[in-house]
Design a protein around this ligand. Sequence first.
Ligand code: MN3
Length: 204
Amino acid sequence: MKKFETPDLPYTYDALEPYIDEATMKIHHNKHHVAYTTNFNKALEKYPKLTEQSAEDILKNIDSVPEDVRPAVKNHGGGHVHHALFWEILAPAKDSGEAEGELLQAIVDSFGSFDKFKEEFDQAAMTVFGAGWAWLSVADGKLIIEKTSNQDSPYSLGHTPILGIDVWEHSYYLKYQNRRAEFVENFWKVINWQVVGEKFAQAK
Ligand code: MN3
């Protein structure tokens, strides 16, 4: 049976400083993400055939996962997939770049302007109640902003997330405590726009 693995970060733990601190990155990647991956694998042990799909496809087909392990697959599989995406769409501030080309055009088409998109995304990130994520996703070829609770996945809604912000408190509390707005604002400084553009090109 295939075992899913926690991917290495494509940069060092301190690479996103001062916007996302080293201590948070270490715990978030090495403890939280590793725990999601471990528990995802554990949940799949009884049904090894499921692992013939990608982790994303398992979430897309969540309704066909046997009921006894479905909650665990949803929570830990979601945690595994979402964090893998999160590390990928981040980059040191000097390498962040800007949204451009087809992605920028689609953002303007969907939201009116980049600033308007940012405003709506921030609003989504700020209004996730409790633990969850805000996403920029592709749904039926169009860009949408959406929120999910806990590790519920856009994939399970038939959407493809191309950018996401983790607003679980473990994602920012060490550095920002209750100041989620400051974390959300600083998130924009460390987005890997090249990767988001590539994800858009694949998903649209
Ligand atoms: Mn997290």
